[in-house]
Structures are given as C-alpha cells and as structure tokens.
Design a binder for this molecule. Structure first.
Ligand code: CA
Length: 406
C-alpha cells in the first residue's frame, strides 16, 4: 500500500540512478565495473560459508549493474514522522479489517491447522500478513520486487551503513537458493531483502521457514500456508503464549504517567488505580505487563503483556506491534481503542478519512481504493479540490475540506 516515495537524487546515488537512462556515461560504466568486481571477489566469502560455484553463478546470472532503485529507497528519508494515530489509521481500518475477515473465511482450514500446530492465534497471523504485504497484494506490484541477490549485493557494495547486514543476508539468500526451495528468478524481495507474503529477511527464513502445504518446498512467496506457518513458527519460537492477549487498553490514573515504561504485575497496576476503559479489571493478575503511553499522558494508556514483546521480534517498533494487536482484535470481532487519541483540532479520524475518500471518488477527483490511506493519489486529489475552493493546496485532509464536500 505505502510504496516508497522517490528520494531526491543526490551524490553517489545520482551516478547509479543515471544508469537507468539510455545514454551510458563513462561514470556509469566505471560504477558497473566496480560492482561486477565486488561480486567476483565476494565469491570467496560465500564459498567459505558453503556456497558452491554453480549456486553463486546462477544467483548473479544476468546481473551486470547495481540496482539503482535499491539505493534510491535506502536513501529515502521521510519528511516527517507520522503520528501514531495516523499510522494506526493506515493499518487498522475498515478496509484492512474487511479483507482480514475475507481471508479468515477463505483460509479457515489452513489457519486452524497452523493454530493447532504452533499455538499462535490465527488473527495475529492475519494481521501480520496485512501489515507485511497487504495480504499478498503488494507482491503483485513489480515496483516493490527486487532480485534479492542483486539488491543485497548493491547494498553491500554501495551503502556503508548497511554493508554488514547486507553481506550476512546475501550469504543467507544464497543458502536458500542452494537448498532448492526457490529458483533464482523466484528469489524476490523488498529493497532490503524482505521476502514473500510475510516479508522474511533471508536469515530469518533460514531459522523459521516451514513447508506447511507439504510440496517439499518452503515457499513463502507463493504459498499462503507456508508463509503463515513461517510467521507462526517465528512467534512460537520467541515465546508466544497461546490463548493470552498481547495487552490491555487502560485508563491512566491521574499522576501515573511517571510509571511509563515500567513493568509490574497486573495486580500491582490495579492496586495503583489502573482499570480498563469499560471499568473491568484485568484477568491473570499474576501476569507482568509494561505501561506504554504511545501518545503521551493525554492519549490512551496500554499495559502490554509478554505477547506484545513477542510480536516485536517481527519488527521492533512499538507502533508496529500495537497495530498488529489492534488489527487482530478487530478481525476477531472485538472493538478497537476506546479512548481518543490526542488528534490536533481540525484533523480527521479514520471514519472521516474514509468518508472524504468516498466523496472525492463520487465527485470524480479520486480513482484509487477507498482505504483510509492518504497516499499520493489522495493527496493530489485533495490539492486539486483545495485549489478549486481557493484553499491553500497542501494535499492534507481536513475537517474543513470534508465539510466543503458534504
Ligand atoms: Ca510448500
């Protein structure tokens, strides 16, 4: 859903990006020669990890230049960090919940089998699938697919910050290829080497990949059972507690913000005055939980239990793990966050974002999906409308704009 925006081309990236143009300058040729030399030299390292010549040559067959798109994406810096509520709106909304429920129905048998075998809640697996590849839809976007050996070699060769990571991942990718699970052509991934429906980097694949459909190949690129079982295996091996929640939304007692980041038992939190928004207490008082204030003391509080930290083994951001937990709950039919996020005055909540997109679509300004996600298409439509209304054309959704369209 959120494709990477193009970064301003600068410095070294410029030399490589210029390689895309039809005219080849001597500088491009020099860069390509340097890259090819790096690939031939790296074979010695790969060989010392057990990669044979034939695997290596197959991995790099037809690769004669670095992947310019990889460096472009690696150098992309978001202009501003999105607020937690905007991030959650883009991940946990009527659209992702609806598709999640459709996928739950479609893959019921597979999901039940995985839940039984690994003891991991199927709704958590659906939420991860949504977060990682929009339930596989992102894999159909060629802009997002890179040849993994080429992408990782590009980073190892040209990105000093990621070179060590990329070398390790490249060796792991070559091991995957050598195992016969995939052909070189099928070894596709993101610019940083995250692969398949559930976006595993090669080292994680080697640790956790599962052949769940029994065809003899661990295929997280084309087999939904393999991909979801692989995620379940990662969570199970990292301490997922079956039948337990990931955490509780809580009402922050006055003066209790000072406990943010602390871990206590749920019984201790209760004794400090913490309750759930519906006034109910916390089950399993002996369980330990960590207080997280994701938007400061004026936003909802959360008491995160151990499964929250297991989700973070997938992606270390608190916001990611919260989105997975909330989306899983909503797919399962539970309600979302009950307390309000401290949104600035005049900005839209998720229902209003959907309404704005629908209205823009009805009026012919917007042709994209009504998904609450304000990407370039939505922003361009908003700018056009703002111009027609004589408002400042900043592309940002607002209550004022929605009011104007009603
Ligand atoms: Ca398989």
């Amino acid at each position: 859903m959120n494709s990477f925006r193009k970064s301003p081309i600068r410095g070294f990236v410029f030399l490589l990006a210029a390689g895309l143009a039809t005219v080849t300058s001597p500088l491009d040729a020099k860069a390509d020669a340097g890259f090819k030399t790096w690939i031939s030299k790296f074979y010695a390292t790969a060989a010392s990890s057990g990669i044979n010549r034939s695997t290596y040559d197959k991995a790099f067959a037809g690769v004669s230049e670095p992947d310019p798109d990889v460096l472009d994406k690696a150098n992309f810096q978001p202009e501003f960090k999105s607020q937690i509520w905007d991030y959650l709106d883009s991940r946990v909304n009527p659209y992702t919940v609806k598709i999640g429920r459709e996928m739950a129905a479609k893959h019921r048998g597979t999901l039940s089998a995985i839940e039984r075998q690994f003891g991991v809640d199927m709704n958590i697996l659906l939420a991860i699938w949504s977060m990682e590849s929009n339930y596989g839809a992102a894999l159909e976007n060629p802009e997002r697919l890179h040849h993994v050996p080429q992408a990782l070699a590009t980073l190892a060769w040209a990105d000093p910050k990621r070179a060590k990571f990329a070398r390790t991942q490249l060796i792991a990718a070559l091991k995957i290829l050598q195992s016969g699970d995939v052909t070189p052509k099928q070894l596709t991934g993101s610019w940083a080497g995250a692969m398949g429906h559930t976006q595993f980097i090669p080292t994680s694949y080697l640790l956790y990949a599962i052949d769940a459909d029994g065809n003899g190949k661990r295929d997280i690129w084309h087999s939904v059972p393999d991909a979801l079982a692989t995620s379940a295996n990662l969570l199970a091996k990292n301490g997922w507690q079956n039948g337990r929640t990931w955490g509780y939304e809580a009402v922050l007692p006055s003066g209790a913000a000072r406990y943010a980041g602390q871990t206590k038992t749920l019984a201790q939190w209760s004794a400090l005055g913490f309750t759930r928004p519906d006034g109910k207490g916390f089950a399993r008082g002996a369980d330990r939980a960590t207080l997280k204030l994701m938007a400061g003391a004026s936003g909802p509080a959360f008491l995160m239990t151990s499964n929250f930290f297991t989700i973070k083994r997938y992606n270390a951001a608190d916001s990611y793990a919260l989105a997975v937990g909330l989306l899983a709950d909503e797919i399962a039919g539970y309600g979302g966050v009950e307390q309000s996020w401290p949104r600035p005055a005049g900005t839209l909540d998720i229902k209003e974002k959907f309404e704005l997109q629908s209205r823009m679509k009805e009026l012919g300004y917007y042709e994209g999906e009504v998904d609450g996600n304000f990407g370039s298409g939505s922003k361009a439509a908003i700018s056009t409308i703002q111009q027609r209304l004589g408002m400042q054309a900043n592309g940002e959704p607002s209550k004022r704009l929605l009011q104007a369209l009603r």
